[in-house]
Design a protein around this ligand. Structure first.
Ligand SMILES: [Ca+2]
Length: 179
């Protein structure tokens, strides 16, 4: 059984980073390219005013713009999204394309995927973002949802130290649930 789940997860990872394909055994429950008809849109993500913008650099199939999140002073200009999910257990896969800025300390950007409720995050996995070229990062996890829980996602350029300022770009967020 464990082997089967691993195999399923691996097949989902391959499919997730190629949006031309549609996984026959999974349901796409979120797709955000941070734009509507080529104009930048926060797509109902909760963002940090003044530290969030759009950029013309995008990954392949990323459309016209990406989301630009800035870490400035001691403020982590992150973006968070919570959506209602089906109750019960499920294998969920989260993927996001990201690009770190050249002056960014290594491994400071990150993405979190998990479960939250009105009091905060109650289950989470984190992937560290490391590359200065567009790269697809993926998290696969078995998540459990009860009444009042949300599917939780956080995109962050990282928490700066001192007066350092840098930004990270994000695009094409996908969430799929294995059937
Ligand atoms: Ca886009």
């Amino acid at each position: 059984m464990r082997y089967l789940i691993t195999l399923l997860s691996l097949s989902l990872i391959i499919i997730a980073c190629n949006k031309e394909s549609t996984a026959p055994d999974s349901t796409l429950i979120l797709y955000d390219s941070f734009e509507v008809e080529g104009a930048g849109s926060y797509r109902n993500w909760t963002i940090e005013e003044g530290l969030t913008d759009f950029d013309n650099s995008t990954p392949a199939d990323g459309g016209a713009v990406s989301l630009k999140l800035t870490a400035d002073g001691d403020i982590e200009g992150c973006a968070v999204k919570e959506i209602v999910a089906d109750h019960g257990d499920g294998i969920y896969e989260f993927s996001v394309w990201a690009r770190m800025s050249a002056n960014q300390p290594e491994s400071t950007g990150y993405a979190i995927f998990g479960v939250s409720d009105d009091d905060g995050v109650i289950q989470e996995k984190t992937v560290m973002l490391t590359d200065t070229v567009w790269t697809c990062y993926t998290i696969v996890d078995t998540l459990t949802f009860e009444a009042g829980n949300y599917l939780y996602m956080k995109l962050s350029p990282g928490l700066p130290e001192g007066d350092n300022t840098w930004y990270s770009l994000f695009d094409v967020v996908r969430v799929e649930k294995a059937e």
